[in-house]
Design a protein around this ligand. Structure first.
Ligand SMILES: CC(C)(COP(=O)(O)OP(=O)(O)OC[C@H]1O[C@@H](n2cnc3c(N)ncnc32)[C@H](O)[C@@H]1OP(=O)(O)O)[C@@H](O)C(=O)NCCC(=O)NCCS
Length: 403
């Protein structure tokens, strides 16, 4: 089987592998939009006797990390035809992807996983978690209603297209787990095709502004339902990004102020949700927590030097990298809140971790101690405690972007 990238005129055949793998029929207008954000020079196709049987690609992102940002490759479009499963097609695409990431000197590789059993073997660990939740509006009362200095207004898609990217970019500056969104990605999002709506309205937008400055936004959809003259409308809060807690609180108050609504749901929220403490009866918020962004260090010294650490410390970490053994080895990390340096060393290791565990801890979430209890980290209790204190961060990592 051959492995190569594709040209733009091969995109239809490329996408037909996803259709047969993910069990959907792609509409022409959807595929046209996908082609506009697709980075063709990063596409991967596996060809068997002239037919496309495996696909992959990557987005070139900047990822916010504790105290900074790093270039990161977001793996996407991974699919292998049912006729070609478990013959190493994915494995060969991962090798090609990693070679490309290394050639571009991106210290991090990222993905979102369709199933959580696939990517640990390639050295990816769960770096962020996210929650979706649902609540009956009648069960939601706010503990306080202090009022706000600003106001919430509903704006049309044109104004939202101008304002949202700046609010998102400002939030991204200091929120580990945020991925940069370029023009092409925002245009894609604002295309808002009918087939993306699942019976809900087009996207609607609410802005929270103080003195003419937007400090937060809500993108949402609604669904109109009546049963025996009783209104049972639903609100789907797709994305709420706020720069201040006041802005976030104001936008939640707005969501719960809508009349005729029975149920409010969200798609992807941080696991530490401000709303849960704004409400008087948080138990009514029923939800589910799942893995979000997966991360893999492609260059341990570059990646560990690029972030900041919660406390000053020095630690020698041995990384067991089974898929890319040359990327593993022993590294000394000296760092703190103002900067960090990491380089290869021959010193004895304080901590031994597998590559996936290091990926899971990179953005500040998770716990080496928990992995130690599972036998996936070796080290003295003091070393594990120091590493956990250094790697943790004051903001829980969260990734609002899907790719
Ligand atoms: C997931 C998928 C891409 C794997 O492709 P593949 O070519 O069969 O994978 P490989 O043959 O290279 O498998 C490599 C290893 O991963 C394991 N593996 C792959 N997919 C797996 C899965 N879904 N569940 C459990 N193990 C899996 C294989 O058993 C193999 O293990 P081994 O090295 O111990 O033998 C393919 O099954 C697929 O297209 N699934 C549906 C679409 C999808 O989920 N895409 C991923 C989007 S994030």
């Amino acid at each position: 089987m051959d492995i190569r990238s594709i040209k733009p005129d091969e995109f239809r055949a490329f996408a037909s592998v996803w259709e047969r793998t993910f069990n959907f029929d792609g509409k022409d207008e959807e595929l046209e939009l996908e082609a506009k954000v697709h980075e063709f020079d990063r596409s991967i196709v596996v060809v068997d006797d002239g037919d496309f049987v495996g696909t992959g690609g990557a987005f070139s992102f900047d990822l916010t990390v504790p105290g900074g940002s790093v270039p990161a490759a977001g793996l996407t479009a991974i699919a292998v035809l049912p006729t070609h499963r478990r013959r190493g097609v994915l494995t060969s695409m991962m090798r090609r992807h990693f070679a490309d990431v290394q050639a571009r000197k991106e210290p991090l590789a990222l993905l979102r996983a369709s199933e959580s059993v696939i990517y640990g073997r390639f050295g990816y660990g769960i770096a962020t978690h996210e929650a979706s939740w649902e609540i009956a509006k009648r069960d939601a009362t706010f503990e306080l209603d202090p009022g706000t200095p600003g106001r919430v207004s509903l704006v049309g898609a044109d104004r939202a297209r101008r304002v949202l990217p700046d609010v998102y970019a400002e939030a991204a500056r200091t929120s580990p787990g945020f991925l940069s969104r370029g023009e092409a990605i925002w245009n894609h999002m604002f295309s808002d095709l009918e087939s993306w709506r699942g019976g809900f309205t087009a996207n609607r937008f609410a802005l929270y502004e103080e003195n003419g400055t937007a400090l937060g936004y809500l993108r949402y959809r609604a669904k109109e339902t009546w049963e025996h003259n009783i209104p049972k409308n639903e609100i789907l809060a797709s994305e709420l990004i706020a720069l201040t807690p006041v802005a976030e609180s104001a936008l939640w108050h707005f969501v719960f102020s809508m009349d005729l609504v029975e149920t409010i749901r969200t798609q992807n929220r941080p696991t530490q949700e401000l709303l849960s403490v704004l409400l008087s009866d948080s138990r009514r918020l029923s939800g589910r927590r799942v893995d979000g962004l997966w991360a893999r260090l492609m260059d341990v010294p570059a990646a560990l030097s690029a972030r900041r650490y919660r406390t000053e410390g020095r630690i020698v970490i041995e990384v067991d990298d089974r898929f890319l053994p040359e990327q593993g080895g022993r590294f000394v990390l000296e760092g703190g809140p103002d900067g960090a340096e990491c380089k290869r060393t021959t010193d004895d290791a304080d901590l031994v971790v597998d590559a996936a565990v290091l990926g899971s801890r990179y953005l500040g979430g998770g716990s080496f101690s928990l992995y130690q209890q599972a036998g996936r980290v070796l080290g003295s209790p003091e070393a594990v405690r120091l590493a956990d204190t250094m790697f943790s961060w004051h903001v829980e990592p969260w990734c609002p972007h899907y790719f």
